[in-house]
Ligand binder design. Sequence first.
Ligand code: FAD
Length: 453
Amino acid sequence: MASSTSMANNPAFARIPPWVKAKLRPIAIEKIQQVHDWVETECIPAERIYKAQLGANRWSTPAIIHELRKKAKAQGIWNLFLPNHFVESPGLTNLEYSCCAEIMGRVYWAAQTMNCHAPETGNIELLAKYCTPEQKKRWLYPLMNGDMSSAYSMTEPDVASSDATQIGIKMEITDKEVIINGRKLYGNCQYNEEMQLFILMGCSDPNNPNAWNRHTTLVVPAKTKGLKQVRNLTIMGYDWAPEGHGEYIYEDVRVPIENIILGPGRAFEIAQGRLGPGRIHHCMRLIGQAERAYELALVRCIDPRKKPRGKLIGEFDSNIERIADMRMTIDGMRLVVLNAADTMDLQGNKAGRYAIAQSKIMVPNALLKVIDEAMQMYGGQGLTQHTPLPELWTYARFVRVADGPDSAHRHQVGRDQMKTAPAFRKRAEEYTNRYKELCKKWGLEAEEFWGIV
Ligand SMILES: Cc1cc2nc3c(=O)[nH]c(=O)nc-3n(C[C@H](O)[C@H](O)[C@H](O)COP(=O)(O)OP(=O)(O)OC[C@H]3O[C@@H](n4cnc5c(N)ncnc54)[C@H](O)[C@@H]3O)c2cc1C
């Protein structure tokens, strides 16, 4: 029970900063404890079982995941990500969910056991926000229920997709249907039978003078005629089965106009809506992944079998400092993510834009270095399947690109910051004017001050 859960000396809450603890409501305390117990007892010990089952059939979801999903749902640790302003939400704020998501991140697939994985989280939020009641029945509730999975398909190989106005896959809208032709990159693999729908963004009105009204978002059932997966895209050599990432061709694919979400030409309204908390779920989980890497590094530091020059790895000053840097980096990045979540809760997603970008830019870059150092401390084994470190590193690397490259976010932050320059210039002029007055008063000759005369 929530009220009986104590946060003091409790490992589930050990890393949560005091200002966040002060904001956690009983329901959140209960869920964080449950998620912690779940990951510690059901997921981490089962990592090898998952791998063994996946080895037998790479494109079907391992039996252990099906079993865990049923159990997690029965325990009420399900769809926790959906923020509490949605009617369908289990009730957590973004800040409270961040604490859960970090713990989920400790095992790559743990979020999936709780239906809190990408791209489901972003897709469910999108469908909950923009679908009609009829559409919700067809797509939202089965996804929330875990009866199927979905893909989000925006990126294309032939344009710079980080500028979504360039998305070019053709959507011809007739009275009854939409005819789709073009190519797409990414979006989960069709090979997995559970993946049953694509949320697709395409260009339906290329000549519209307003570039933001040219695109439409709709649902394409995975088995639609003319839709072909060309290959699985490996990410740095990993196939990321059983979900994976696909490359797709659309050849005269036809879907009914009832599959359009919100209306023709309204894809950017939807894309904006999708830019909320879903954008930093990867960052939240990455904190948990980095904690795992850090713990592995500590374990290696005191491994009695590994004593170069007669000393434990952790007895070398350089490694003691390395551990300190890793610890402080993770704690710093956690503050960045929690601040983004809290800003969204307090001021909304739009006002949270800077904090979200700050997370997207800083967190994967900083944590890549943490995981890299852990790998280094493990020596040759650190780069092999003897540890989860290579997969953790790859995940951190892909977060630098997925959901928009960090360079694009940096560009946006920089442009916004440039807009603040005139106000600083004005203040500098005011300081200069005041300085001139003071010079007069004290009988000094005014000199050029910060380049302002
Ligand atoms: C693991 C993974 C999973 C993904 N999953 C999905 C998915 O499910 N669905 C989906 O649709 N897409 C997915 N993507 C694709 C991802 O969202 C795109 O790759 C990303 O948005 C960039 O688009 P692009 O590849 O077309 O690169 P481009 O837009 O061509 O950009 C290439 C590079 O140009 C530079 N650049 C771009 N814009 C700027 C700027 N404003 N300022 C400075 N430099 C800039 C950056 O270095 C950038 O990396 C996934 C990607 C990865 C790696």
